[in-house]
Each structure stands twice: as structure tokens, then as C-alpha cells.
Design a protein around this ligand. Structure first.
Ligand code: HEM
Length: 434
């Protein structure tokens, strides 16, 4: 009798869930039929943005409390598990981390080379053929530290150096950098700004599902099914190394005054100056995936053995196709507009995992708005990111007594803040900062 009743309740619940999923799918079709493709700025954004910043700072403080209680190394490297590992931060009072993407795998030096391009791509840093030195930070996406084998989004944030021209952030108008911020999913999981603020209210108390289940409601019609499906999609199993997965901007950007794009970095064959393929390490790792920091350690193995490369690509918006700029949850289909390589990234063989460089890396700030107007970020979440990344960075910078400038490294280098050209890539000649 009891079993029958439980069976009936479960059956009813299942039917309710199915109806809720179908209902959501119909709503989605209606939405897509009328969604705008151009930029649309809503009046309530400023207020929601203030809430988003307040919640982000709360999340940082929450992480800080954890790090302070357990000790910086205590959280990043579980004591006594017998696994070899390098703590991400080996020294200094760095307890105010980013509010998301808090776990760093490493900051590496790279070279970003732009070939001669077709006219429509020749804007901003792609205008002329040439090369930029760059810093790239690899990270896990989560707002807590966890073992690298945990499903998560992974981040790749690129900072080009020596980029001339006025930048979009007022206080960094003269900075000589250009950032490109990516993760290894082609879409974000939230559509509306209010939803983001709602989500962070739950995350700030470390409740991962409260937002999706509408405050743990019993009514599946109020659950956020689409967002739940999309967030599960961004939580991917770990790649073999941070250099062996494709990264995407997910949100849209301008490329020049009258076209929109998304961008992506895809692992590519490294070549020598004669164009011959160069041997790169892609297996036989000494570090097992069970190691707490295996992504950092394997990236070290990979770059000790040789270089790693990416193609940096853009996908241009085609009007009339489902390619909105306001809604970063919608993947622009490659059959409507393929990604086209516009630059090649080479990460030369190097040692990056030193205490000094790790500390420098933590101080760096990557922000889509560290940018030339030709690469202006667009869409509601990019607008929010402008104030949010800036506030988060200023807060952790001030709180951590950071050592290296304002975090938008123009001429500073690990261990040698006074040397203007000290961030040159080892072994290269003639391509250093002025
Ligand atoms: C839509 C696509 C997005 C991508 C590809 C992305 C990617 C990233 C990456 C890679 C980082 C780490 C940057 C670093 O290495 O310093 C980062 C940091 C961060 N992200 Fe995002 N993100 C996205 C959207 C968002 C949104 C919508 C928000 C909030 C509204 C957000 C909030 C943040 C914050 C606060 C940080 C920390 C910034 C810092 O401390 O310097 N992100 N994001």
C-alpha cells in the first residue's frame, strides 16, 4: 500500500516535470521568434549592476573567510592526502581571490601573431600584420577551490602588451594592453541580469541549486529548467591540460564600427619559422588526474617539453540568422557563420610555476573592457562586466596589498618590477616592451 502510494506520487511528479519541460520549450520558441539581434539597453540595468557588485564582494569575503580559517594552502592543497602538488599561491597574504575563476592554473608568456587579413577583419589589433607579447591566465571557473578533476568551466584570459591607442576604461585610457577573456563553453547560462543577481544571492551562501530550483520550491513549473540545463553544459570534465581545450568569448563584441563578432581560441599545430610542424607534448603525463592541481602540473609538463599553440578566431554576425548580441545564452551556429582564424598564439616552452610569477599572476586583472573601441564588448552581461570586474579587481587589489602596479601590467614583470623590458619571452630578441 505504502509502496503503491509512493509510486503514484513519483509518477505524478514525473508527469509534472515533463509538462514543465515542454512548457519551457514552447516559451523558448516564442522568445526566439521575436528576439532582437542588435544591442538593446534596458532602463533597470544600473540598479541591478549595483546589486551584482555587492553580491560579488560578498562572495569574495566568503572565500576569504574560508581561506583565512583553513590557511591559504589548507584549502588549495588538502593536507595529508599524500598527493604531490604545488599550492597555487605559495606566499603572501593573498586571501581575497577573484569572486569566480578563483583557482589559477598558471600565467604563461605567449606571442600573438596577426597575419595579413581580409579587409573586414582589419580592425583594432588585427589592423596590420605583426606580433604582440602576451600574458595568458588559465583558471577553473568556480567560485570555490576544488580538485581539478571536478566538472567545471575553464578560463583562458589573454592580455596583449604594447597595444597603442585609446582604451575604453577611463582610468586606463593610456594603458598599452588589450584583453580577450574566454571560457571553454560557447555560451553563458543566464539570459537576464535580474536572474544573475538572484543566482549570486544563493551562491553567496554556497547554495548551488537554490536559484535553479527557485528557492527549493516543490513546484517544478517555477524551476529554471533552461538555465539548469545550460549550467550543466558549462560544467565539463577537465581537459587533458589547460592547453588542450577550445575557449570561447560566449558574449559578443564589436569588430570595428559596424559589425559584431564572437571569438574563440582553438588548440592548433605549432610551426617553426619555415612553416614546418613542431613537436609538442600531448600525452604520457606523469601527473595523474587525481592530483588536486593536475591541470597546473600537466601544463608545466607540457611547456617543459615544448611549445603549445592556439588559433585565435572570430565568427561574424550574419543578420537574419539567430545570432543575437544581447543574449549570451544562444550559441551562434557555425553553419550560419564559421570561425575564421585571425591570429596565431604561440606559448613557447617555459617555466611558469614559480612563487614570484604566481603572485604576479594573482595580481593581474583581465577585463573585457581593457580594450580598444574597435573591440568594444556588447550585450547586457558585457555591460555589467565593465563595472563588476573593475570593482572586484580594485577590492582584491587593495585588500591583498598587491605588489605589482594596478594589475593591468604594461611594463611590469615577475620579480623585476623596475625593469621595463623584463617581461620579454626568454630566448627571444627584439620584441620586448619599449
Ligand atoms: C559571458 C561570458 C563570460 C566569460 C567567457 C567569462 C570568463 C571569465 C574569465 C576567464 C575570468 C577570469 C579572468 C582572469 O583570469 O582574471 C572571469 C572572471 C570574472 N568574471 Fe567572467 N566570464 C563571463 C561572464 C561573466 C559574467 C556575466 C559575469 C557577471 C555578471 C562575470 C563575472 C566575473 C568576475 C566578477 C570575474 C573576476 C574578475 C577579477 O577579479 O578580475 N563573468 N570571467
Amino acid at each position: 500500500m505504502i509502496l503503491k502510494t509512493i509510486g503514484r506520487i513519483l509518477g505524478l511528479l514525473l508527469i509534472a516535470v515533463l509538462i514543465a519541460v515542454i512548457y519551457n520549450a514552447i516559451q523558448e520558441r516564442r522568445y526566439r521568434a521575436h528576439m532582437p539581434l542588435a544591442e538593446v539597453i534596458s532602463p533597470g540595468e544600473d540598479a541591478a549592476m549595483a546589486d551584482a557588485i555587492a553580491m560579488a564582494l560578498r562572495m569574495i569575503n566568503r572565500t576569504r573567510d574560508g581561506l583565512t580559517e583553513d590557511g591559504v594552502e589548507g584549502l588549495s592543497t588538502p593536507a595529508g592526502d599524500g598527493k604531490t602538488t604545488t599550492p597555487p599561491i605559495e606566499e603572501g597574504p593573498v586571501v581575497y581571490r577573484r569572486d569566480v575563476h578563483i583557482k589559477t592554473h598558471g600565467c604563461v608568456k605567449a606571442r600573438f601573431t596577426v597575419p595579413e587579413l581580409e579587409g573586414r577583419y582589419r580592425w583594432g589589433v588585427f589592423r596590420e600584420p605583426g606580433s604582440f607579447d602576451a600574458w595568458i591566465r588559465y583558471s577553473n571557473g568556480d567560485y570555490v577551490l576544488h580538485p581539478d578533476k571536478t566538472r567545471d568551466a575553464r578560463g583562458m584570459a589573454v592580455k596583449l602588451m604594447g597595444v597603442e591607442g585609446e582604451k575604453l576604461l577611463g582610468w586606463q585610457r593610456d594603458a598599452k594592453t588589450q584583453d580577450f577573456v574566454m571560457m571553454n563553453s560557447p555560451n553563458y547560462f543566464i539570459r537576464h541580469l535580474d536572474d544573475y543577481v538572484e543566482l549570486t544571492k544563493y551562491l553567496a551562501v554556497q547554495d548551488n541549486f537554490g536559484y535553479f530550483l527557485n528557492g527549493w520550491s516543490w513546484n517544478p513549473f517555477t524551476w529554471r529548467w533552461r538555465e539548469l540545463r545550460l549550467v550543466m553544459g558549462t560544467k565539463k570534465p577537465p581537459p587533458e591540460t589547460p592547453l588542450m581545450t577550445q575557449y570561447f568569448s560566449a558574449s559578443a563584441y564589436a569588430l570595428g564600427p559596424d559589425q559584431y563578432i564572437k571569438f574563440s581560441a582553438r588548440p592548433a599545430q605549432c610551426r617553426d619559422p619555415q612553416g614546418e610542424p613542431v613537436d609538442t607534448r600531448d600525452g604520457g603525463w606523469a601527473t595523474p588526474k587525481s592530483d588536486y592541481n593536475f591541470l597546473r602540473l600537466r601544463m608545466g609538463e607540457q611547456l617543459a617539453a615544448g611549445p603549445a599553440c592556439f588559433d585565435f578566431m572570430v565568427q561574424t554576425q550574419v543578420l537574419g540568422k539567430p545570432m543575437p548580441v544581447e543574449d549570451a545564452t544562444i550559441v551562434w551556429r557555425e553553419k550560419d557563420s564559421p570561425f575564421v582564424p585571425v591570429a596565431h598564439i604561440e606559448i613557447p616552452a617555459q617555466t611558469f610555476d614559480t612563487a614570484e610569477q604566481n603572485r604576479y599572476c594573482e595580481d593581474l586583472s583581465f577585463n573585457p573592457w581593457h580594450s580598444l573601441a574597435d573591440h568594444r564588448p556588447v550585450g547586457v552581461f558585457n555591460r555589467v562586466r565593465k563595472a563588476l570586474y573593475e570593482e572586484v579587481h580594485k577590492y582584491r587589489w587593495a585588500s591583498n596589498q598587491q605588489q605589482y602596479g594596478d594589475g593591468d601590467a604594461v611594463t611590469l614583470a615577475p620579480g623585476q618590477p623596475a625593469e621595463p623590458d623584463s617581461w620579454c619571452i626568454d630566448g627571444r630578441e627584439g620584441d620586448c616592451a619599449p
